[in-house]
Design a protein around this ligand. Structure first.
Ligand code: FAD
Length: 405
């Protein structure tokens, strides 16, 4: 499908954001909300239907159960932001009141090494203020009688600010409010960038329709295509697309209580979806980077892997009916599974907002706010997000997130 293009209103902007989905829009909104920022902002989005964006294909959950403390802090801000969206948006009574469906994430360990990791993570999470509980198989069975725990050593769950939230409504309000405050969105595609003679600044971005736009700072918010964008200025980043499948299903014999987002030791995950449905997610064992436009479903995975795994863990899922399914792309950081954030050390006005794998939606408020601070002040002012800096990749010093789904 040929994408339409639109010309920007000006030939120069203080900030150009490449990609208008949740990260581009979160950054745009936090810039518009920052009283110390008075610049002009252009958000360039190649497909404003967002049909194939990760943001539209997400499972929209948040959790506190990470191994890196800063990731817990980012999710805590997300929870506060979601629950108080209207207040954050200036008390505007058009903004809906949102809640988090706190069914929790249930990590199940079937081996001692993973059980030890969960215990270690719980220790840090409790210190960070999360309510993670470690459960014995008997305690799991008592709280959730539908699980088969025969092979399980322990489980880890937190039911405070952990579960489903309406990410698409937050995304809609980031965009709507940012536009109303004067941020310009333009349908176009960035196809090239020019640098200064010393190579330390991006001077302009070139659009598919031919316009050359001068820019003060450039934000790479292009999701799974992040590496294509960074290559336009000669920078390699370890971010690749990875295909992830989602299935929505109904059970002939529904569970008698909400199903936590269960992370089975096999890697398959499943959870409650509204009152009548369930959601399952997974991927193929062979997991290469797909083509950027490849969203084809693999129906065999459901039949051969996902459904049998679920039916073993929850025998009531022996009889289920799939009602919807889709494939989406993670922007997968192959280096250490954590976000890559902040300015490049040489091309100093090129700012990363990349590599969020499967936990980006919940990080969008904290990372968008931090990026707006970096653009405005040249430093983070609320949460210190410097651990996510690109320099760790240059130094080959991984900042690993172990709890990746
Ligand atoms: C199946 C699935 C389940 C997930 N579940 C969760 C979850 O439960 N919880 C959670 O927190 N996260 C989850 N995520 C992750 C989360 O959805 C993503 O991290 C987040 O949406 C990424 O947003 P983004 O703005 O970086 O990228 P995207 O949403 O992919 O947006 C990038 C945008 O950039 C545009 N673009 C790219 N290149 C250019 C260019 N050259 N010029 C102009 N525009 C360009 C694209 O058109 C696109 O709209 C999930 C992701 C998937 C795929």
């Amino acid at each position: 499908m040929a994408l339409k293009t639109q010309a920007p209103k000006q030939s120069a902007y203080d900030v150009v954001i490449i990609g208008g989905a949740i990260f581009g829009s979160s950054t745009a909104w936090f810039l518009s909300d920052n009283k110390d920022f008075n610049g002009s902002v252009l958000v360039i989005e190649r497909d404003p239907t967002y049909e194939f964006a990760s943001t539209s294909r997400t499972n929209s959950c948040m959790r506190q159960q990470f191994s890196a403390e800063i990731n817990v802090k980012c999710s805590q801000f997300a929870a506060d932001f979601v629950k108080n969206l209207r207040q954050y948006m200036g008390g505007d009574d058009r903004v809906p009141k949102l809640e988090i469906q706190n069914f929790g994430y249930m990590y199940l360990a079937d081996n001692q090494a993973f059980a030890d990791t969960l215990i270690e993570n719980q220790d840090m999470q409790l210190k960070a203020g999360a309510g993670t509980q470690i459960l014995t198989p008997e305690q799991i069975k008592e709280a959730y009688p539908f699980y088969n725990v025969d092979d399980i050593i322990l489980g880890s769950i937190n039911t405070v600010d952990e579960g489903y939230w309406d990410g698409i409504t937050v995304f809609d309000w980031f965009r709507k409010s940012a536009r109303e405050r004067g941020i310009e969105y333009c349908q176009n595609e960035v196809v090239a960038m020019t640098k200064s003679a010393n190579g330390e600044r991006i001077e302009s971005v070139t659009l598919k329709s031919g316009e050359v736009i001068s820019c003060g700072q450039v934000v790479n918010a292009s999701g799974p295509r992040a590496v294509l964008t960074s290559r336009m200025v000669g920078i390699e980043i370890p971010v690749e697309p990875r295909k992830r499948f989602t299935w929505i299903f109904q059970a002939e014999n529904p569970l008698d209580r909400p199903l936590p987002l269960t992370i089975d030791p096999s890697g398959v995950h499943f959870r409650q979806e509204g009152t009548e449905y369930y959601l399952a997610g997974g991927h193929a064992d062979y997991d290469p980077a797909p083509d950027y436009d490849d969203f084809e479903m693999d129906h065999d995975i459901w039949q051969d892997h996902i459904w049998p795994t679920m039916a073993t863990r929850i025998p009531q899922f022996e009889a289920v009916k799939v009602t919807n399914e889709w494939a989406g792309h993670y922007a997968y950081n192959t280096f250490d599974h954590n976000a890559i954030l902040g300015p490049h050390h040489i091309v100093k006005n090129f700012i990363f907002l990349n590599g969020f794998s499967g936990h980006g939606l919940q990080q969008s408020p904290a990372m968008g706010r931090g990026t707006a601070e970096m653009i405005t002040y040249g430093e983070y002012r609320t949460l210190d997000l410097s651990d996510f800096g690109f320099d760790r990749i240059v130094k080959n010093s991984a900042f690993v997130e172990k709890a990746v789904i």
